[in-house]
Each structure stands twice: as structure tokens, then as C-alpha cells.
Design a protein around this ligand. Structure first.
Ligand code: PRX
Length: 671
């Protein structure tokens, strides 16, 4: 495999990047701001929160009475709509573009802040009056990247209800799991959408999910359907409602007063993968999330009235919640929003849109950059990218080679790269440059330093502070407003997953554990080195190995399976499954495809194993635990380490042979 794989940058070698004079990076100016933020964090956040619109200020900035259930701005009352929409009504921002939306086929819509405000009000009115959504209800939103997605989210939060957005690439079964867990009675979806020139029939999957949920005791009473693709859909009278018909019933000037919400109410749930088969519903708070996202957006992107911001993510993930919906809207920034595949109809799509809309700030994942880099510079050179002034990346470690390509070819060595490390759980970026405060010198491959108010460190497995250059585990040592409130319906899992690893409750020490490897270099810069738990990072998306294993084992031919993340030159990691078949089944390409289809059906395309390796035995300990780390080591070409607990060494040889097969298969893909 080439030297371009993720995580290959050597932190101790990382040199500061010489910037043109006009960026004048200043570590001192940044540290000055940072140090003040952590000296008295409560005062800091108190001041920061006051920059937003509240209906009532808080009694306490941070309630630490019941750690790790921290509650921010207790006593405060607000509604995020007040800051994302209502504050712009009657100002010049109302006439500013909120979204330049482009469909994959090339159709467009331009929506101003004023229009967004009116549409949100009308949909909120319809949801309340016709659909019956009430404060505290959970509404599941299963929509593609169309303007009705942010409209629905804002309408739901306007009513004081909680949204649970499910990525439109998830399957019916995955959607059903999330509907059931959240107990949602209302689902907002679309007839279909465009992806690589084809229509994906979303309503079909939604219908199927509603049926599965009903079998499991959760009855979805109302389904709202946006007409996007114009395809035939199955219709259940009384249950299903067209979005456009609901809107038509709402008074033209409908106004729905934003429902006052407590700062520590739940704003939304977003499911993410963990180390068990069951995805967890991460809960974000009304006041804390709002405050943190508002400021981090400003620190990251230094927004200006003339900006055109484009976060090329999907709103179905946290990046889209924070950087396509709430963050930019709270700053009145104009955005680009795109429905389809980044390389459709050709690999110049993204760059042609940057040129067409005059994008100033572009934020994406290393996976997308690796894909576009592979298509070659001729697609870049065709377009005038001189409007770009800031570039961002998120979701996975960025290899220095890709960083440098992004910096020189896309940003013409003039746009700093804002590498943002964060998670679904953290609400917004935690470790990243902050050109909105003061740009620090950059190093290709490092997310640089913690943002204001964030106290991060690297510790060894035993919890001792790691030395400079010593690989360890990232920890966050103080609560921050954007932190998750917990896991929907499972407080114990919240404590176990994030807090038990390094906390010492007896001593009152609570430490947040993100499960990421990291190292700090001699300048104190953080280098994020990938997940430290059984979670894969596929194309910047989190995927639990056990979740995929459960799906593989659901195939009738499979007796046992081990799924791990294998290095992949574009996607960073891809799931690879080593499978032992039941008696009577023969390995072969058809069965492989059939197993892959089972995963597609149970989770969705992103989880489909790049390769199914048929083996007669899996490496196990004598007590029967599958040793995934052996498979991982073989796939990465690393030493397999201690095998003294291995039950049968022959299993390693089995897997080794199968792994060679995978490696041959991806060789053609090298960068
Ligand atoms: O491993 C880290 C990786 O993505 C994980 C979080 O995934 P998710 O909750 O899906 O959120 C992705 C978008 C925020 C982290 O635990 N990760 C995220 N950003 C970076 C990163 N790894 C390295 N560098 C980053 N900038």
C-alpha cells in the first residue's frame, strides 16, 4: 500500500507552514485569548452566552451537582429559532440568501433568510395545527439534502419538539430502529431524491420502516412527504400528507411563536454508532449547544457579510446539523447546499459550484478530497477558485499529502486550512485553528490547539500524562457547553461510554473520554490518530464494528463473523468481514454479494463490507473471544503482536491468506 495512508504523518517532523505575510499567524494572540477563557470558564461562557437572544437569563452558568450530567445555563429560557431566524426578521439579513440550493440534475432554488423564516413558520403552523406536534414530542426526519430538511428541523425546534434526523442513506431497518428508540409518532420524508443520476425511492424505505416500527410496538401516526423526485408513491390515507398541501393550508403570513424552552431541555437527538450493536441517541441541549455552536462557528470561519459558506456534508450527520443548519444561520451567512454526488456528472462538479457561487469558505472531509485528488488536477484547473479564503476539513485524520494538495491546488497557498477535530457528542469543533480569533501557524495533518474553553490532554492507557511525542488517548478535562446531555433512554451507557475510563468519582474527578488516539508535539499541537475503540471511520462516518457484524451474521449462511476497518486509499477505512460459513454453504462471489446485500438492507450502503473474506476459522482466544486485533494488524501490514492467548495458530494463517486477497483487490486504487 502506498505511503499515503491515513495517520502516516510524523508528528515530531511536522513543521510550521510558512504562510504569506498577510495571514500573519500569531500563536501569542491566540494563546492570550485561550488562556483567559480557561482561567475562569464560567465567566467566559456567561459572557459568550449573553451575545445571543434569550427569553430569560440563567441562574447558573454550569450546574455540576450531578456529574457527569452537567447542565449548562440552568434557569435560562430560549428557542434556537430566535437566534437562527427571528433575529434576522426586519433586518437587512432578511434579504440575504440563506441557501443557494442545487439539485443533482442542476435545478436550483435560492432562498433568502426572509423566505426561510416564512416557510419555517408555515410548516411549524401545519405541524402544530394539522399534524398535532406538541412541545417535547420527537419527530423523525428522513430527508435528503433539500431545503425542506433545514426547514423541518427549524419548524420542529420552533414548536419546542425534538428532531431526530436520520441520514437518507440509511436503510428502512436502520430507520425503524431509530424511530422505535425515539418513540417518534411523526415522520417527515420525501418521495425520492437524485443520486448519481438515479432516483432513490425514499418513501418506499420510509413505508417499510413504519411497518417494522409498528411490529415493534411504535405506531407512526403521521407521515409528511416532500415531493422532490416526482415518483409514484404508495399512499396511506389519513396517515400520509404531502408537505406542499400542508403548507398550502397554512395562512400565508402564518406566525408561530417560538416555544420557550429551558436551556437544559433536549434540542435534538442524533444517533451515532458505538461499540455495541445498538446505535445511541446523542442528546444535545437547547442552551448549551446553541451557545457553543454560535461561537465555534465564528472562531472557525470568521464569518463576514459577503461570505458564501459551503459545508459539503450531509445534514444527516452532526457536521450538517452544526455547520449547515444552526451555526451558519445564527450568523446570517449565505450558504451553498447541494443534493447529490460530488463527482456527478463529472469530477469537476464541486469546483464548478465553488466558482459559480463564489464560495469563500469550503468545509469538507478528507475522504472527499482524496477522491477529487485522484481525478487529477485538470478538473481543478478548469475553474476559477480565487473566491476561496478559508478551507476546512473534518471527520478523519487528513494525510499531509492531501493537506498540501488542498492547500496549494485548491487554496492557491492563500487559504488557511482549518482542520477541525470533534464528534457527534461534542456539538461543534473542539480542537482546531480559530482564524476568527487569531490564526495559529499551521502544520499539515495537525488539528493544532484546543478551542477556547476546551481543556484537552493526552494520557497513557494508565491515565498518566503522555510525554511529548508519545501516542496516547485524548481526554477532555472540563465540561463545555456543546457537550452531549446524555444518551436517549440510557443514562448508564452515557456514564460508562464516556466517563468511566479515566474518571475518579471518589475524588470528584470527571474526565471525558472520546476514544481517539492522539499525540502532542513539542509545540503542544494535537495530532489525532484515529479511533481507539471498536468503531470504524468510513469516509468520515462512524460505524460500529459490532453493528456491522450483527448484520453479517444475520445472513443465514454465516455462522460467525469478525468485522474490522481495513485501510482504504480513498475512504480512510472500509469494513472488511472475515466470515465462517455454516455447514452446507460454499464460499463464492454470489454468496459474497448476497452477504453484502444483507448489510445494505439492514444498515445501508455505507456499512457494506468492501470484501467478505471466507475463512474456516477465526482467530480466537481460548475463552472464545474473537481476536479482531489480529485481523486489523494483518490488514495494516503490522506485526500481529502477542498470540499467547490464541486458541489455534492455524486460524491466523487462514486469515493471512484471505487478507492478501483484500490487499490485491485495493492495490489498483492506490493514490
Ligand atoms: O475519530 C474522530 C474522527 O471522527 C470521530 C467522530 O465521528 P462523528 O461523531 O461521526 O463526527 C464526525 C464529524 C465531527 C472522532 O472520534 N474525527 C473527527 N474529526 C477529525 C477526526 N479525526 C481526525 N481529525 C479530525 N479533524
Amino acid at each position: 500500500m502506498s505511503g499515503n495512508m491515513v495517520g502516516e504523518g510524523n508528528p515530531l517532523m511536522g513543521e510550521h507552514l510558512p504562510f504569506e505575510e498577510r495571514h500573519s499567524p500569531s500563536l501569542e494572540a491566540y494563546l492570550d485569548y485561550y488562556l483567559r477563557s480557561v482561567e475562569d470558564p464560567e465567566r467566559f461562557w456567561d459572557e459568550k452566552a449573553r451575545e445571543l437572544v434569550w427569553l430569560r437569563y440563567w441562574d447558573r452558568v454550569l450546574d455540576e451537582d450531578n456529574p457527569p450530567f452537567y447542565r449548562w445555563f440552568r434557569g435560562g429560557v430560549t428557542n434556537i429559532n430566535l437566534n437562527a431566524l427571528d433575529r434576522w426578521a426586519g433586518t437587512s439579513v432578511a434579504n440575504r440568501v440563506a441557501y443557494y440550493w442545487e439539485g443533482e440534475p442542476g435545478d436550483t432554488r435560492t432562498i433568502s433568510y426572509g423566505e426561510l423564516y416564512r416557510e419555517v413558520n408555515r410548516f411549524a403552523w401545519a405541524l402544530r395545527e394539522l399534524v398535532g406536534v406538541r412541545e417535547g414530542d420527537t419527530v423523525t426526519i428522513y430527508l435528503p439534502m433539500i431545503p425542506e430538511l433545514p426547514v423541518s428541523m427549524l419548524a420542529v425546534t420552533r414548536l419546542g419538539a425534538i428532531h431526530s434526523v436520520v441520514f437518507s442513506g440509511f436503510s428502512a431497518a436502520a430507520l425503524a430502529d431509530r424511530i422505535v428508540d425515539a418513540g417518534a409518532k411523526v415522520l417527515v420524508t420525501a418521495d425520492g431524491f437524485y443520486r448519481r443520476g438515479r432516483v432513490v425511492e425514499l418513501k418506499k424505505a420510509a413505508d417499510e420502516a413504519v411497518r417494522i416500527a409498528a411490529d415493534r410496538g411504535v405506531e407512526v401516526e403521521k407521515v409528511v412527504v416532500v415531493r422532490r423526485a416526482g415518483v409514484e408513491v404508495n399512499w396511506v390515507e389519513g396517515r400520509d400528507h404531502w408537505y406542499h398541501e400542508l403548507l398550502a393550508e397554512a395562512p400565508g403570513k402564518a406566525y408561530v411563536k417560538p416555544v420557550p424552552r429551558k436551556a437544559d431541555d433536549v434540542l435534538f437527538i442524533l444517533y451515532t454508532s458505538g461499540t455495541t450493536g445498538r446505535p445511541k441517541g446523542i442528546m444535545h441541549s437547547v442552551g448549551g449547544y446553541m451557545t457553543y455552536v454560535y461561537h465555534v462557528f465564528r472562531w472557525n470561519w470568521d464569518p463576514r457579510p459577503e461570505d458564501v459558506f459551503w459545508c459539503a456534508a450531509d445534514i444527516g450527520w452532526i457536521t450538517g446539523h452544526t455547520y449547515i443548519v444552526y451555526g451558519p444561520l445564527m450568523h446570517g451567512v449565505a450558504q451553498v447546499m447541494y443534493e447529490g454526488a460530488p463527482d456527478h456528472p463529472d469530477p469537476g462538479r464541486i469546483w464548478s459550484m465553488v466558482e459559480k457561487y463564489g464560495v469563500t469558505t469550503f468545509y469538507t472531509s478528507p475522504t472527499l478530497l482524496r477522491l477529487l485528488l485522484r481525478y487529477g488536477d485538470r478538473w481543478v484547473e478548469k475553474h476559477d477558485l480565487s473566491s476561496l479564503r478559508l478551507l476546512g476539513t473534518v471527520g478523519e485524520p487528513i494525510n499531509p499529502e492531501v493537506w498540501k494538495w488542498y492547500y496549494t491546488r485548491i487554496g492557491r497557498s492563500r487559504a488557511p486550512i482549518v482542520d477541525t477535530w470533534w464528534q457527534t457528542e461534542t456539538g461543534a469543533a473542539m480542537i482546531s485553528p480559530a482564524p476568527g480569533i487569531a490564526l495559529v501557524p499551521l502544520k499539515p495533518g495537525s488539528a493544532t490547539l484546543p478551542l477556547p474553553g476546551i481543556v484537552a490532554d493526552v494520557v497513557t492507557h494508565e491515565g498518566r500524562q503522555a510525554e511529548t511525542g508519545e501516542k496516547g488517548l485524548l481526554v477532555i478535562k472540563r465540561p463545555w457547553p456543546g457537550m452531549l446531555m446524555g444518551i436517549w433512554g440510557d443514562p448508564q451507557r452515557y456514564v460508562r461510554t464516556y466517563w468511566e475510563r479515566f474518571s475518579d468519582p471518589e475524588k470528584g474527578v470527571w474526565i471525558y473520554y472520546p476514544a481517539d488516539y492522539a499525540v502532542r508535539d513539542r509545540d503542544g499541537y494535537f495530532w489525532l490518530l484515529g479511533r481507539a475503540d471498536e468503531v470504524m471511520n468510513v469516509a468520515g462516518h462512524r460505524l460500529g464494528t459490532i453493528e456491522v457484524e450483527d448484520a453479517v451474521v444475520a445472513h443465514p449462511a454465516v455462522s460467525e463473523a469478525a468485522v474490522v476497518g481495513a485501510p482504504h486509499p480513498v475512504k480512510g477505512e472500509v469494513p472488511v468481514a472475515a466470515v465462517v460459513l455454516r455447514e452446507g454453504y460454499k464460499p463464492g462471489p454470489e454468496l459474497e454479494e448476497d452477504i453484502r446485500n444483507t448489510v445494505r438492507r439492514l444498515i445501508g450502503p455505507i456499512a457494506v463490507p468492501a470484501k467478505v473474506l471466507f475463512v474456516r476459522k477465526l482467530p480466537k482466544t481460548r475463552s472464545g473471544k474473537i481476536m479482531r486485533r489480529i485481523l486489523i494488524a494483518l490488514l495494516r501490514g503490522q506485526p500481529i503482536g502477542d498470540t499467547s492467548t490464541l486458541e489455534d495458530p492455524a486460524a491466523v494463517e487462514e486469515v493471512r491468506k484471505a487478507v492478501e486477497e483484500y490487499k490485491r483487490a485495493v492495490e489498483g486504487l492506490e493514490l
